[in-house]
Design a protein around this ligand. Sequence first.
Ligand code: TXA
Ligand code: MG
Length: 333
Amino acid sequence: MKVKAPGVAERDTRVLPAGDAASIAEAARVILQGGLVAMPTETVYGLAADATNARAIAALYAAKGRPQFNPLIAHFASALAAEGEAELTADAHRLAARFWPGPLTIVAPVKPGCRVGLLARSGLETLALRVPSHPIARQLIAAVGRPLAAPSANRSGRVSGTRAEHVMADLDGRIDAILDAGPCPIGVESTIVACLADGPRLLRPGALARADIEDCLGMALRTPAVSGKTPLAPGALASHYAPQARVRLNAQTLRPGEAGLDFAGRFGRAGGAPIIDLSPGGDLHEAAANLFSSLRALDAPGVAGIAVAPIPAQGLGEAINDRLARAAADRPI
Ligand code: TXA
Ligand code: MG
């Protein structure tokens, strides 16, 4: 569905099949001209723009309807390229060496002359850096030859898109193209760790499990208290990944009118209510991969609410429970 909105340029959104060699070159050309292209990553689809082009970044915020106080992650082809823009501490180096390319975002102080502009950073003197492992994202970043700012490719406040159809449902008519590479393998966003002068802190649980990071650093990660209004990852506002329907967590059974987001078969058949099981066999990786598409599928008109079965908190479960808690939080009108 195309949506006209004040202040958002209407664009003809093309779907470029990622398997086609010409698609990457075309997507890179569009980005170098200041355009917006949704790209697959191993976590979720990102809406990519040239991070060094302030006009492109302004258009990106407008297309998503994203508040400009919420900074963007800069995506690089290599740790070396990322280090050109920001100062990595010893801890950051250790994490980068172990987990890049992969679903880890490191927040670090910018270097003087950082090419990622103030708008993309929301005026901060720190920069969120990520080196994705998805081959299409990597080819696109290499073809552009500049850092790509890429927030999740959804309208602000909606759940992230893990398939090209999700991106089209949110952004058709607002962006120039989407590189369609099918479903994203992991399905939840990267883990964000701040590596600043006061040591490493977990800003957002995500696709890389806390235990793996703690194991690499040889210490427990501090988790800053999120005060709701001024979280440390500014996008981590309490209600963020919100479907339209009310979300009820840790449900043991379904109430009348509710759809069910199940895990490991707890709800059974429940008398014909729509139910999606994130993983009938209780596998957290499978559950993460299915999370956002299942929330979107259950969030249909006429569904009074979505009941969510309990999901274990370890490993990827921390990120899954974090996203579900945000989906269930009271949201601003
Ligand atoms: O997996 C991912 O990280 C995906 C893919 C596309 O790479 N991207 C993603 O971007 O989730 P986004 O914009 O939806 O979320 C980025 C988060 C936001 O909560 C933002 O506030 C936080 O990163 N962030 C960005 N720069 C920051 C900084 N300098 N300090 C603290 N938080 C920052
Ligand atoms: Mg997002």
